[in-house]
Ligand binder design. Structure first.
Ligand SMILES: C[S@@+](CC[C@H](N)C(=O)[O-])C[C@H]1O[C@@H](n2cnc3c(N)ncnc32)[C@H](O)[C@@H]1O
Ligand code: SF4
Length: 372
């Protein structure tokens, strides 16, 4: 083992309400069950601790709504997780009080990712969000007052009924707050969600406009001096999300909690999403039920290519050789969509706008066909 994984993810699934568009592993309410869940989480962490490096680069508490977790339980968890250079907590704006912000800060959290999604009441209502635009702004300032100098905001675009000028206003509101990092995702209609049932057809109708919306996001944020370092992510200098960067760079990571995914030493596993089975196993000191998938070099190379090409820095060709179709690469180079730089491969800005389509072209059907 190569010194152990340096990235740790902890899943806190509880939310006050299930938003219609969400298909993450979440559970509504269950206040009485938070302590037992966190006990199980800490037991799983203890069982897997041997897979972690002694010096962690990042810890990420994601959800669900980690900041909806019972305050005493969340504090206990934060006091027990290993220290790391970057410790991120995902927060929903309506949960961020001055008290919560200082509790997070005092517990060693270095970065907060705030789920704003939009600043317009009409669009927030479509998303069934609980926070008003003012609540988003207040949460942001509570974090600043508590001393956070690394705050990320999540925005969604392509919300049913959203015009280009709505999006421009959301971007302007966001820029006015001045976060160090921004994630801007196109709203996906996840199969089986209430949202897809209610708005699926409308989302399909407006799909054509999304390319223009993506360009508006990138041009506005780059124009404001943000670095477009990953397809959907923007940052001030040095403020990349180092945890997510670990995934995009194909590093090993350990994921703890229901539904959490881990990739360590060529093995990927995903804990099943059942709360009862998870807590039940860990109360008895057993590993929770999980699905395992050994990753062969071919899969590793293809993933490395797919994720690496989302970044603005080249993927070393030595790591993706078998995954790249040489003829397609020559074609993409001629079209000005991809280029070789310093022994690596990177998409040009035009290639990045086309994103997944260019990457799919570059992907060799099988290693034998690759000619680079
Ligand atoms: C784990 S989720 C939720 C975090 C937090 N509970 C919240 O709601 O703000 C992290 C981010 O994924 C994005 N997301 C969730 N559902 C999505 C969807 N259907 N399509 C695109 N992005 C989505 C949202 O921007 C969200 O902030
Ligand atoms: S609060 Fe976040 S995690 Fe919870 S249901 Fe809504 S989008 Fe999903």
């Amino acid at each position: 083992m190569n010194g152990g994984a340096r990235h740790l993810y902890l899943h806190l699934p509880f939310c006050a309400h299930r938003c219609g568009y969400c298909d993450f592993v979440t559970l509504v309410g269950r206040r009485g069950g938070h302590a037992a869940y966190v006990d199980a989480l800490l037991t799983e962490l203890e069982l897997e601790r041997g897979l972690l490096a002694t010096d962690l680069e990042t810890v990420y508490l994601g959800g669900g709504t980690p900041t909806y977790t019972e305050p005493g339980v969340l504090t206990r968890l934060l006091a027990t997780v290993p220290v790391a250079e970057e410790v991120t907590v995902e927060a929903n704006p309506e949960t961020v009080t001055p008290r919560l912000a200082s509790v997070l800060r005092e517990a060693g959290v270095t970065r907060v990712s705030l789920g704003a999604q939009s600043f317009q009441p009409r669009l927030l209502a479509v998303l069934e969000r609980q926070a008003s635009p003012d609540a988003v702004r207040r949460a942001f300032y509570h974090l600043r007052d508590a001393g956070f100098d690394n705050v990320s905001l999540d925005l969604l675009y392509g919300i049913p009924g959203e015009s280009a000028s709505d999006l421009a206003r959301d971007l302007a509101e966001t820029i006015a707050l001045g976060p160090e990092h921004l994630s801007c995702y196109e709203l996906e209609a996840k199969p089986g969600t209430r949202f897809t049932f209610a708005y699926g057809e409308e989302l399909a109708r407006q799909a054509e406009a999304m390319e223009g919306y993506f360009e508006l996001v990138v041009e506005t944020l780059v124009g404001e001096g943000y670095r477009w370092y990953e397809t959907a992510n923007f940052c001030r200098p040095g403020r990349q999300a180092h945890h997510n960067l670990g995934y995009w760079l194909g590093r090993d990571y350990l994921g703890i909690g229901i539904g959490a995914v881990s990739t360590v030493d060529g093995l990927r596993w995903r804990n099943l999403p059942s709360l009862g089975a998870y807590v039940g196993a860990l109360v008895e000191g057993r590993r929770p039920p999980r699905e395992e998938e050994p990753l062969g070099p071919e899969v590793v190379g293809r993933e490395r290519l797919m994720l690496g090409l989302r970044l603005d820095e080249p993927v070393p060709l030595s790591q993706v050789e078998g995954a790249v179709d040489g003829l397609a690469l020559a074609r993409m180079e001629r079209l000005g969509l991809a280029e070789r730089r310093g022994g690596g491969l990177v998409l040009t800005p035009r290639g990045r706008f086309l994103g997944g389509g260019v990457t799919a072209e570059l992907m060799a059907e099988s290693p034998a066909k690759s000619t680079i």
